[in-house]
Ligand binder design. Structure first.
Ligand code: BGC
Length: 356
């Protein structure tokens, strides 16, 4: 009897699956399908399928990631239809890996269908992948790139194709920052000594974006101009505006007119640095230059107004859409590419109005 019941149940499931995949059943099978449907209805309620998506953002207190997560939510909503509802749970990692690990463990325990993770510490990626692989839950990493070796070492066996990194290659954003200065008529060399005296304000080193922008902005500047460089000050501002302002103010007090350029790893810190520069009585694009990354609305406005030398678009729309598309594909059982890259764009006074 038990066996008969399970055979019957299994065949009902097969028929109901086929009914999901095919919109119109051929006339001859309609009657059979109808009687089956009545039976199925009492087993499992009809209606759209719900895909549960767990998202954890390293901190809600980040200007760029706020734009990113809002667009992520909006784009998921646009994907809802009669067949599928995406139920998105968005958590604030509060810049605390222990807190975020708890959130991820809960998503796993509750059997979420797919996770989108902006890790507090990118080094936690390996443990996260081990847990998700054991539970068979796909993961889309965003914004903070796990190490290549962690990505490669997990891309085997059953978990291959079940996870991906969606992001932008921060080397490109660094190079663009270097070019924004190298392409100026005086190459940023205000005092004409053949050397660029600069200050670097770095983001949180937990994101390789900070390291790459710091390195590649300068190497590209040197390569394009042949000039030497002199780093007057290099400090970590953790992506935060208030830190950008404080560090720029300190550097301006200490090095004054010697500073020709302030490179900030992101726009939020650059907006802080801008306040400090103005408070020190300096005039951006006349006797000091300032560049950032992200193309936050305020930064784009500042570039247009000639109050910032340039920025680099970090395409939160493109990245969040790619992340959602990957999550949906993974929830549908499709295999993912290991990396999904989105390009940066250089933003200058000439093209800035396009990025408002
Ligand atoms: C952005 C920063 C942001 C950081 C967060 C970077 O790609 O440029 O603005 O604070 O990601 O991890």
């Amino acid at each position: 009897m038990k066996k008969l019941l399970s055979v019957l149940l299994a065949s009902l499931m097969v028929i109901s699956l086929v009914a999901c995949a095919q919109q119109t059943a051929p006339a001859t099978t309609e009657a059979a399908a109808e009687s089956v449907e009545t039976a199925v209805e009492s087993e499992a309620p009809a209606g759209p399928r719900t895909v549960r998506v767990g998202v954890s953002i390293y901190t809600f207190d980040d200007a760029f990631m706020t734009l990113y997560r809002n667009e992520l939510t909006r784009y998921f909503e646009s994907k809802n239809n009669d067949q599928v509802t995406y139920e998105v749970t968005m958590q604030d990692g509060k810049n605390d890996q222990a807190e975020q690990t708890n959130q991820i463990d809960n998503f796993i325990a509750q059997g979420y269908d797919v996770l989108i993770l902006n890790l507090v510490q990118s080094t936690s990626a390996a443990t996260v992948m081990d847990k998700c692989a054991a539970a068979g839950i796909p993961v889309v990493f965003i914004n903070r790139e796990p190490s290549e070796s962690d990505m490669q070492s997990h891309n085997t066996g059953d978990y291959a194709g079940k996870f991906t990194y969606v992001g932008a290659d921060a080397r490109q954003s660094g190079r663009f920052q270097g070019e924004l200065i190298a392409d100026l008529e005086n190459k940023g060399d205000l005092n004409g000594d053949g050397k660029l005296q600069y200050v670097m304000i770095e983001g949180d080193p937990e994101n390789v974006d900070a390291q790459y922008r710091t390195e590649f902005s300068i190497s590209q500047y040197k390569e394009k101009t042949g000039n030497e460089v002199e780093c007057l000050d290099d400090q970590v501002g953790n992506w935060q505006r208030a830190e950008g302002q404080r560090l720029a103010a300190n550097a301006l007090t200490q090095y004054g007119d010697q500073i020709e350029v302030i490179f900030c790893n992101n726009d939020d810190m650059a907006m802080g640095a801008k306040v400090a520069i103005e408070a020190a009585g300096r005039k951006i694009n006349e006797n000091i230059y300032l560049v950032g990354v992200d193309a936050l609305a305020e930064a784009v406005e500042a570039v247009i107004a000639g109050e910032m030398t340039g920025t680099v678009l970090n395409d939160h729309n493109g990245q969040s859409h790619a992340a959602v598309d990957c999550a949906i594909a993974a929830a549908n059982g499709e295999a993912l590419e290991l990396y999904n890259w989105v390009d940066y764009v250089k933003v200058t006074p000439e093209n800035a109005s396009q990025y408002k």
